[in-house]
Write a protein that binds this ligand. Structure first.
Ligand SMILES: [Zn+2]
Length: 271
């Protein structure tokens, strides 16, 4: 039975696919050779690739969940998604979802900032069938923002990306994985039908469609790590709601935000 709670759904969260990254971010950049091997393994294991919106429809009971599903997602919209990863995804016939930061698309990065996909690349990804989702307007920690700022980051980014790509944007990914009840409510109100968190846990048919669990794939995850993920070993099943330590960490960050107006620096590893 496909909706058995024992069905585990690995949702992989990649960032960059390349070998040249600035200090501190190489950890989140998988080498092209490793990425190709990982995609080949997913194919060999007979996994059914889905976009996040396809999976969300199954979570909502609107469509059947195919056997042995797997999801491949990319955060932050690095250009190597189109230049390096896309040809490999195509060769292996794998669907994917890309979460991009609306105000960075096609804009030259600051001296210490990361490059971004441009609009032509986004349309190319879209034409292959890669789902384009929003990773907010400017990649701030949303659970520390005021309602008007939240609206700009969540609803505003959706509008920008829909205008730029000419297609509906239906999924959202929380910057740094941070979300709260207010953030999830704003995502729903803005018209998104799904959202991805991180959690470093395996998703399953009873997962929260507005906080889908993903596992961060790092440079040293390797093929063995992906194999373990596909086997459903080494990671817990996703839980509902927030863990106490998550709430405590948010209280600390909110206090910092009030005192310093601090936002995460662009140069810190983006998640
Ligand atoms: Zn991010």
């Amino acid at each position: 039975m496909t909706r058995s709670p024992k069905t585990v759904v690995p949702v992989l969260c990649y960032h960059s696919v390349g070998d040249v990254r600035r200090d501190g971010t190489l950890r989140w950049s998988v080498s092209p050779g490793d990425f190709d091997e990982q995609m080949a393994l997913i194919r060999e294991r007979g996994r059914t690739p889905m976009t996040v919106s396809g999976y969300a429809a199954a979570l909502r009971g609107l469509a059947p969940l195919p056997p042995r599903p797997v999801l491949i997602t990319f955060d932050d919209g690095f250009p190597d998604l189109a230049e390096t990863a896309l040809p490999m995804l195509r060769r292996h016939g794998l669907a994917a979802t890309a979460y991009v930061i609306a105000t960075r698309v096609g804009v030259a990065p600051p001296p210490d900032g990361d490059p971004s996909l441009d609009w032509d690349q986004l349309r190319e990804l879209r034409s292959y069938g890669v789902e384009i989702g929003s990773h907010s307007r400017s990649h701030r920690a949303l659970d520390c923002l005021r309602p008007t700022e939240l609206h700009q980051e969540i609803a505003g980014s959706r509008q920008v990306l829909q205008d730029g790509t000419g297609t509906a944007v239906r999924s959202f990914a929380y910057p740094y994985g941070y979300h709260s009840t207010a953030v999830r409510t704003a995502v729903h109100a803005a018209g998104y039908s799904s959202a991805c968190a991180v959690k470093n846990a395996l998703s399953h048919p009873d997962d929260d469609v507005l906080a889908i669990a993903r596992v961060l794939i790092e440079r040293d995850t390797g093929v063995a790590g992906i194999a373990a993920l596909l086997d459903g070993t080494g990671w817990p099943l996703a839980w509902r709601g927030e863990r106490l330590r998550t709430r405590g960490w948010r209280a600390y960050r909110r206090a910092r935000h009030l005192v310093h107006g601090a936002r995460p620096r662009l140069s810190q590893p983006t998640l």
